[in-house]
Write a protein that binds this ligand. Structure first.
Ligand code: SF4
Length: 409
């Protein structure tokens, strides 16, 4: 799944008179094992090829595509961006096949500045958030100064841009978010860049954004814009829409405004909300009265209350509060509640993991085997997120096998 920011960057540049095309190699490779990536790259012509390296599982893929692109188009510039790129920018730019790394969580405007500088032979020193190399190989790290206070200056994800691309380039493949999207079309709405919480395992936490993006507080999208995004998605799909981040992160007043605006639209799509801390009847009544269909995603990581507190994870509260939250949600029309656990959180032992099973059994009994309550457990992996507390701070007890980007690769 490509990062949502790919659509906002492409759309923003397009509005500024640059010809930009999204090329979704991953979708084509998954759809057709015989797909010839090299052949496709040879068909493309561009002054700059931008490649996303957002999460580290893509370390090898992103670098391999960058290397291949540079070999095929030595006269073009190769640009990388995303959270992992921001973390590893100095190592990344030293690869001979990488010319530029754009740092930070919001690079639409810095990308425009870069294209402007390249087109007009301007000063690269003036491009915000850019890491680059002089001809003699000296690495230059420009200040990371483009840190927008909110997410209203762009549309993200830009669904209207994606729809326009289908008609402009006569293909669907480039905008497909993931392989089976046509059979299971799910929309995604981004509440903010950055988070107010600081979960130790998360590369998108408050401290991680401070370190990688120099962001001290999240950039929120306004309630009006969020409802616009939902309507945009609904204009071409009735599939479920996942709202990334707890709506209450920006304060209860903002959440209430969002729900009151959403209510007026009477959207038939199922809305899937995330919950980062307990909620009660008041909150679920608001949701129930605002949307036709809704579900919840709740990640508590472990059934052990002490571990949740010790490791600064979500829901640092007694299990009874979580169960009250589940009970309240189910009694207010929640269609499905997914409860997520994790194997491999800090300080967790084998016994701690195995205790997940009797705890789920307890929940099954307490909620009389309500089929709306579903449990998930997965290993944390394949890597720790760079910039997360778990990656950075030895107090969380991990032994590092890999630290650098090349080692992860
Ligand atoms: S895992 Fe924690 S820190 Fe990361 S985005 Fe979710 S609530 Fe925020």
């Amino acid at each position: 799944m490509y990062p949502a920011g790919i659509t906002s960057i492409a759309s923003y540049l397009g509005k500024n008179q640059y010809n930009v095309r999204m090329v979704n190699l991953a979708y084509r490779m998954l759809k057709d094992p015989a797909f010839d990536v090299e052949r496709r790259l040879k068909q493309l012509r561009s002054t700059v090829f931008g490649i996303d390296l957002h999460w580290l599982p893509h370390a090898n893929g992103a670098l391999a595509i960058a290397e291949l692109t540079k070999r095929i188009h030595p006269e073009s510039f190769v640009l990388l961006g995303g959270l992992s790129s921001s973390y590893y920018h100095e190592e990344l730019v030293r690869y001979p096949f990488v010319d530029f790394v754009m740092r930070g969580d919001s690079t639409e405007e810095p990308c425009r500045q870069l294209l402007h500088a390249l087109r007009n032979k301007g000063q690269l020193e003036a491009v915000e958030n850019l890491t680059w190399k002089r001809p003699d190989g000296e690495v230059v790290v420009n200040p990371l100064t483009f840190i927008p206070p909110d997410l209203n200056y762009i549309d993200i994800p830009d669904y209207q841009y994606a729809v326009k691309c289908v008609f402009k380039y006569h293909n669907l493949a480039d905008v497909m978010p993931y392989l089976r999207w046509l059979g299971h079309p799910t929309g995604m709405i981004l509440n903010s860049r950055g988070c107010i919480l600081n979960c130790s395992t998360c590369g998108g936490s408050r401290s991680a954004y401070e370190q990688m993006c120099e962001r001290s507080r999240p950039a929120f999208r306004s309630p009006e814009k969020l409802v616009f995004d939902i309507k945009s998605f609904h204009s071409f799909s009735n599939g479920p829409i996942v709202m990334i981040h707890d709506q209450r992160l920006g304060g209860l007043d903002r959440a209430k405004k969002f729900f009151s605006l959403l209510k007026r639209e009477n959207i038939p799509n199922e809305l899937v909300f995330e919950l980062f801390f307990p909620a009660g009847d008041d909150f679920f009544e608001i949701i129930q009265s605002s949307v036709q269909k809704w579900s919840l995603e709740v990640t508590i990581e472990t059934a052990d209350e002490k571990l949740r507190r010790l490791d600064t994870l979500k829901f640092p509260v007694p299990n009874s509060k979580i169960e009250d939250t589940i009970a309240s949600a189910l009694s207010h029309g929640c269609r499905r509640l997914d409860l997520f656990f994790m194997v491999g959180i800090p300080h967790q032992t084998y016994e701690d993991v195995m205790n997940t099973i009797p705890y789920c059994e307890h929940l099954i009994n307490r909620f009389k085997a309500d089929p709306r309550l579903e449990f998930f457990i997965a290993p944390m992996g394949p890597f720790l997120d760079p910039a997360s507390g778990a990656f950075e701070d030895p107090k969380f007890g991990y032994k590092h096998f890999y630290k650098t980007l090349e080692e992860h690769r």
